[in-house]
Design a protein around this ligand. Structure first.
Ligand code: UDP
Length: 363
């Protein structure tokens, strides 16, 4: 069986690493890796290949930045000759980014089977580009690998045949577990002059939070008030950095209790998270990692496509409500944070094996 694995962005690289750790156990599977080039900064791409020992991509489509519609169209145009040349039996796509939907739709159009890893998550918020990408990807997928039980219901409600859906667990946790010992042993947080459990880690880059001046200002003001309670470190995403510059809002992060740093490598970032008091984020993957690591997570969104992180995990939604955020921060500092007892079902480090078993059995 020939498997073509697509990855284009930071969270994609982290997810495919989990798959690649297991793939040598399946000698009937040959694979190639296609990097779409959606993320191309060293800090958002190369570092993950190096740290997670992901083999160099066989092909890089070099798509670069563009608005969503243009980027999807351009990835399809560049992916077409690759697909025709390599003729895979199945194309594996992960997550919810433009690369995911573009390669899934083109593969389907050319009659190649599609496996979607992290299928069926829904925020029910169609103003989110990620939600549109998820729905479109799932519609053309032949194998829908899900991370939590709710995904099955979401997919069935959209008319997807239940026989195509496989509940396999969370592949990000495979990658995390494989590297956890090393991550714990690093002293990365000390290099930023932070004291264990005396700081919060902040990340934000969702278009709804950073693309409009009004929303970005509100969020930055909220972070500015939050720093009165706790020292904060912000590994700033390039999209957010560009918006802050564009709207000339740099002064709102100019505070001695806030450290703004470049995006971090996987090991350093998770070492910071593990040793922190709390995480303030709008990331999808970080909601899941904090649930697994039992680190309190305050999510600066009004919804989540990952409800298991709320129902069973440490996650709390605050949107951009300063009052709610402060209340949560104080609650956590007072030791009254939400505690998750048990990791969500099948978040056990064995997800990649389950996926590869299905693919090698069926194809
Ligand atoms: N991450 C990282 N360095 C950082 C920030 C995040 O390695 O500076 C990792 C994080 O641990 C998680 C993933 O990147 O595994 C989340 O990516 P992101 O928030 O960009 O995407 P989302 O999950 O929101 O799609």
């Amino acid at each position: 069986m020939k498997l073509l694995i697509v990855a284009g962005t930071r969270p994609n690289f982290i997810k495919i690493a989990g798959l690649l750790y297991e793939i040598s156990k399946f000698p009937t599977i040959r694979y190639i890796i296609v990097h779409t080039g959606q993320h191309y900064d060293i800090n958002l791409s190369d570092i993950f290949f190096r740290q997670l020992k992901i083999p160099a991509p066989n092909v890089n489509l070099g798509v670069g930045s563009a608005n969503r519609v243009t980027q999807i169209k351009e990835i399809k145009r560049r992916f077409k000759p690759v697909l025709k040349k390599h003729k895979p039996d199945v194309v594996a796509v992960v997550g919810d980014v433009n690369s995911t939907v573009a390669c899934a739709e083109l593969s389907h159009r050319l009659g190649v089977k599609v496996a979607h890893i992290e299928a069926g998550l829904r925020s029910f918020d169609r103003s989110m580009p990620e939600e549109l990408n998820r729905i479109r990807t799932d519609k053309v997928s032949d194998f829908l690998f899900t991370t939590e039980r709710t995904a099955y219901t979401n997919l069935c409600n959209e008319g997807i045949e239940s026989t195509k859906i496989y509940f396999v667990g969370n592949i990000m946790i495979d990658t995390l577990l494989k590297n956890l010992k090393h991550i714990r042993n690093l002293g990365a947080y000390k290099k930023f002059n932070l004291i264990k459990e005396k700081y919060g880690v902040v990340t934000f880059h969702r278009p709804s939070n950073v693309d409009s001046r009004k929303n970005l200002t509100k969020l930055l003001n909220m972070i500015n008030i939050a720093q009165r309670e706790l020292k904060l470190i912000i590994p700033l995403h390039p999209r957010t950095k560009a918006s802050i510059k564009n709207f000339a809002l740099e002064r709102l992060l100019n505070n001695k209790n806030i450290s703004v740093v470049n995006p971090l490598g996987y090991f350093e970032f998770l070492n910071l998270v593990i040793n922190s008091k709390l995480v303030l984020t709008d990331s999808g993957g970080i909601q899941e990692e904090t649930t697994f690591l039992k680190i309190p997570c305050i999510t600066m969104r009004s919804n989540t496509e990952r409800p298991v992180t709320i129902n069973q995990g440490t996650n709390v939604l605050v949107a951009n409500d300063t009052r709610k955020t402060l209340k949560e921060i104080k609650r956590i500092i007072d030791g009254k944070s939400k505690i998750s007892q048990k990791s969500p079902e099948l978040w056990d480090g064995k997800t990649a094996g389950r996926i590869l078993q299905v693919l090698s059995r069926v194809l």
